[in-house]
Design a protein around this ligand. Structure first.
Ligand SMILES: C[S@@+](CC[C@H](N)C(=O)[O-])C[C@H]1O[C@@H](n2cnc3c(N)ncnc32)[C@H](O)[C@@H]1O
Length: 207
């Protein structure tokens, strides 16, 4: 009961604050400014990406957690383009095959329970030539000490942060999903603890 209270009333506010770290906001800008037209954003969260869609007509804001989405209300209200909330999961996207040019995930692939299924769905709904744009914290492939800590702490992190895993190898998962990596940039985000600091900004195309 206390855990449920934490998940519904405390965690969404923590998420909203933590995800506004300046180093993360800079990467949102870099990832999203080039996008135009219609965009599906998976794991929309509290709407922190909205100011960085400068040439977009419609955002399909896929967010399964109503307690989190309600914190996006004022940002959605202030947005000059259409934002359509879809209460659904990445593992079953409510879109036809080959219907989208752009899909976005920011710090969401860590939380999706069935990552492989979700990436298959992303592949299915992207048009040929369409692009998946993402920025995620990832398994630290170069530092074995951090990697060990990431593996050790992931069960606790999953409880505290709504299913978030610290130890996912996202590059490998994209390759396994047959997506063609057109941009791949690893970096350490300033102001984030070492176990979640290694990040990947990538673009992957369906060819
Ligand atoms: C760490 S938050 C990131 C939120 C937002 N993308 C951002 O950049 O601030 C992860 C988000 O993924 C959502 N999520 C978790 N499992 C999901 C799933 N299976 N399908 C879609 N979204 C999911 C959560 O509800 C949460 O809003």
């Amino acid at each position: 009961m206390i855990y449920k209270f934490y998940q519904q009333h405390i965690f969404p506010h923590i998420l909203n604050q933590v995800m506004q770290a300046p180093s993360l906001m800079d990467k949102r800008r870099e990832l999203l400014l080039p996008l135009s037209g219609e965009v599906l954003e998976i794991g929309f969260g509290t709407g922190l990406n909205l100011p960085f869609y400068q040439q977009v007509d419609t955002v399909y804001a896929l967010e399964p957690n109503a307690d989190i989405y309600q914190l996006a209300a004022s940002r959605v209200h202030e947005t000059p383009f259409e934002v359509q909330h879809l209460q659904a999961r990445a593992e079953k996207l409510p879109f036809a095959d080959q219907s989208l040019d752009h899909i976005v995930c920011t710090w969401t692939l860590c939380s999706i329970a069935h990552l492989e299924t979700a990436l298959d769905e992303i592949y299915r709904v992207l048009k040929v030539g369409g692009t998946f744009h993402l920025v995620e914290h990832v398994l630290h492939n170069e530092n074995k000490n951090i990697q060990r800590l990431q593996n050790l702490l992931t069960p606790i992190q999953k409880k505290l942060a709504d299913g978030c895993r610290l130890n996912r190898n996202i590059e490998q998962a994209l390759i396994n999903a047959d997506l063609n990596l057109t941009e791949l940039q690893y970096f350490d985000a300033a102001g984030i603890p070492a176990i979640g600091q290694r990040m990947l900004l990538a673009r992957a195309q369906k060819t």
